[in-house]
Design a protein around this ligand. Structure first.
Ligand SMILES: [Zn+2]
Length: 179
């Protein structure tokens, strides 16, 4: 995680900042709920990967939202651990006492990132939308949740709804272009 990635969420919700934005796909009241429902039925298989980019994007936003709202993103967030720099991974301080830095755990958390499965999901969204900001925003969310820095009631988590809006808008525009 680097600082250039820590602005993605704010960037994505900037257009709705200060507005009443009460749509939520999680309540089945998304701005493009009918579109997302249609895509889910027609492009997402019951199991496994979808065969189209839009299907993968819809599957991905669903998986990411599901873990966020149901599990507090605990499956999506991966802890990166390294040997404790104080006891060099022995867990001890001196001969017998537990290391005060790692508490005897031997390793310490050095960063939080997206678990590889959810990373792949976030990539599918960025790929379909042709904008890596969406991918970076999910990485940023994982980092914030890992640091207990995510306010679940805050407007900025609305970026998941904004992401579902963007997937819908992209598909609708493509569809009309060929109609
Ligand atoms: Zn230690």
């Amino acid at each position: 995680m680097n600082y250039s990635e820590m602005t993605s969420i704010n960037e994505l919700i900037a257009p709705i900042q200060g507005q009443q934005y009460e749509y939520s796909y999680w309540d089945n009241k998304g701005k493009y709920q009918k579109t997302i429902d249609y895509l889910w039925i027609h492009y997402v298989p019951e199991q496994g990967e979808a065969s189209s980019e839009v299907g993968e994007a819809v599957r991905a936003i669903n998986r990411l939202m599901y873990d966020f709202y149901n599990n507090g993103f605990c499956n999506a967030v991966n802890e990166e651990r390294e040997d404790c720099p104080s006891c060099y991974g022995s867990g001890y301080e001196g001969d017998e006492d537990d290391c005060s830095y790692c508490g005897g755990d031997c390793d310490v958390v050095t960063d939080y990132n997206l678990d590889s499965y959810y990373d792949k999901m976030a990539r599918a969204i960025g790929k379909y939308l042709g904008d890596s900001t969406y991918y970076h925003a999910f990485r940023e969310l994982a980092y914030r949740v890992g640091h207990y820095d995510a306010d679940f009631d805050s407007e900025y988590i609305k970026f998941m709804d904004v992401t579902a809006d963007a997937i819908s808008e992209k598909w609708l525009s493509t569809r009309f272009a060929y109609a």
